[in-house]
Design a protein around this ligand. Structure first.
Ligand SMILES: [Zn+2]
Length: 140
């Protein structure tokens, strides 16, 4: 655990949080700054800054717990759907550098959304897609 990490401090109960789930490896608590009611964060108990530094089995557990929790979150707030995502790196919107998955309940009337580039959507060429796929496969 990292001494000054806010999520580690929550996990050590040095800071308050409204927990909704906890096991040996994973905990979930409500976001202090919810985008929507029920906005839940699912975190590994062992500090990992992001998905890239988290053991893959722990990352898999985060997704497993999120999948199991999401219906309860949705039911508790009467949402119509939900997003599950994680931000990796400041450029991706990460602000707390302790890996966390967001379970974000969604409502037809909420004004939250992803902002697409101005020229979106623009269909990629088949050659461009094949070239990119090859580049990714070569590094996987
Ligand atoms: Zn931490």
């Amino acid at each position: 655990m990292s001494g000054d990490c806010v999520f580690c401090r929550i996990l050590r109960h040095e800071l308050p949080a409204a927990f909704v789930y906890e096991d040996d490896d994973v905990a979930a608590f409500l976001d202090l700054y919810p985008v929507n009611r029920g906005h839940t964060l699912v975190v590994p108990k062992a500090h990992a800054a992001d998905l890239m530094t988290c053991p893959v089995e722990t990352a898999a557990r985060l997704f497993r717990v999120s999948t199991a929790l999401a219906p309860a979150v949705v039911a508790a707030v009467g949402a119509e759907g939900f997003n599950v995502w994680t931000a990796n790196g400041r450029v991706a919107g990460q602000t707390v550098f302790h890996l966390h998955l967001h379970i974000l309940p969604r409502f037809r009337t909420d004004t939250f959304g992803l902002r697409f580039p101005k020229n979106y959507p623009q269909e990629a060429s088949r050659a461009e897609l094949e070239e990119m796929a090859a580049a990714i496969r070569a590094r996987a």
